[in-house]
Design a protein around this ligand. Structure first.
Ligand code: SF4
Length: 350
């Protein structure tokens, strides 16, 4: 797939845009003032493969927590700021790797200019985050809530940043509407060469939000648009990272285990649903970044074919399964040992 050509920016040790791998982001939902909980959540997110994390900084006490949080975590941290430009400036001074603002709610240009100057001094990027729910009044009146209004809002802010000599920018154009989000990014992709942060905002619960995000982010990625992604779910942020990684893996944009499992039918004589879910859950905990195909098949009709094609596979029978490795039968496994055996084989091969 040919990716859109963009500039490259750097957030901590993660490059975004150009030919850099598409990164996965999430956002903590702990109280930022609670250092212990926030550090724990960030480290848990990193463990499952999160590349960059954003944390809400709503007050000065949250700003004070930042150095302690940064010192105890390894992935880049972005401060999410609304309304108060001083919080942005203080967060930059405390050492965050990037800032996310919606310039529309920061206020007068002078305040935005001060944030830009602070980011310039520390050489950190700013995400200009446009959200369809908080568009400027004049644009909303003229264009309604539309891709026209969203892109015009982004271009307006972008122009100001460029006038200030600041180009260390990524852009997001989010909406809870999948078609509106897709249309906005498509339009913007023709107008600028800044990297894009993709996401469907307020996408919903784990089930609905996963589907909306996969459709919205997946459509854009298939067109080569998108340099970093965040799946927004009303759920534990770890779920956001897992879904984000699966979206990238499904588009062959990130390496990792690919689990193929049969949908089950009347021929299945083993609890293949539980086995597949357990293997998937365990593999997701490990952030394994190497391509390996694992087939989990419920019977001997289609099972051996798929299992042989995979790097590792099982074709199950009643109370047991045959284990295949690189197309060859290795051994027979009792049902209760299928999950641990598969996990051992996966870890060994990676
Ligand atoms: Fe049915 Fe076997 Fe196909 Fe699974 S592999 S869906 S059990 S025929």
């Amino acid at each position: 797939m040919r990716r859109r050509k963009t500039r490259t920016i750097q957030i901590g040790n993660v490059k975004i845009g150009g030919k850099s791998p598409i990164s996965v982001q999430s956002m903590t939902n702990t109280d930022t003032r609670n250092v212990k909980q926030t550090v724990q959540q960030i480290n848990e997110l990193a463990q499952v493969g999160c590349d960059i994390v954003r944390i809400a900084v709503p007050d000065t006490k949250s700003v004070e927590s930042l150095p302690k949080i940064i010192a105890q975590t390894k992935i880049p941290i972005i401060a999410d700021i609304h309304f108060n430009y001083q919080l942005a400036i203080e967060s930059i001074k405390k050492g965050v790797d990037g800032i996310r603002i919606n310039p529309g709610n920061i206020g007068k240009k002078d305040k935005i200019r001060k944030i830009i100057r602070a980011a310039q001094e520390k050489n950190i990027p700013i995400r200009i985050g446009i959200n369809s729910g908080s568009l400027e009044k004049d644009l909303k009146q003229k264009y309604g809530v539309s891709s026209e209004a969203i892109t015009k809002s982004a271009l307006r802010h972008l122009k100001f940043f460029e006038e200030c000599g600041f180009y260390h920018i990524k852009i997001s154009l989010k909406s809870s509407s999948v078609p509106l989000t897709i249309e906005s990014y498509r339009k913007m992709a023709k107008l600028v060469d800044y990297p894009f942060h993709l996401g469907i905002t307020e996408a919903g619960t784990r089930f609905c939000g996963t589907i909306k995000s996969a459709v919205g982010i997946g459509t854009l990625l298939a067109e080569g648009i998108g340099d970093t992604i965040r799946v927004s779910l009303t759920a534990n942020p770890i779920e956001e990272v897992k879904v984000g990684i699966e979206i990238l893996k499904s588009m062959e944009l990130r390496e990792g285990p690919n689990i193929i499992s049969c949908p089950t039918c009347g021929r299945c004589e083993i609890d293949i649903i539980r086995i597949a879910q357990k293997v998937e859950a365990e593999v997701q905990k490990l952030d394994l970044r190497k391509n390996i195909t694992v087939a989990i098949m419920g019977c001997t009709v289609n099972g051996p074919g798929e299992a042989k094609e995979a790097d590792i596979g099982i074709a199950a029978g009643k109370g047991k399964a045959v284990l295949f490795e690189k197309g060859k039968i290795v051994k027979s496994i009792a049902e209760e040992n299928i999950v641990p055996e598969l996990l051992t084989e996966i870890k060994q091969s990676i």
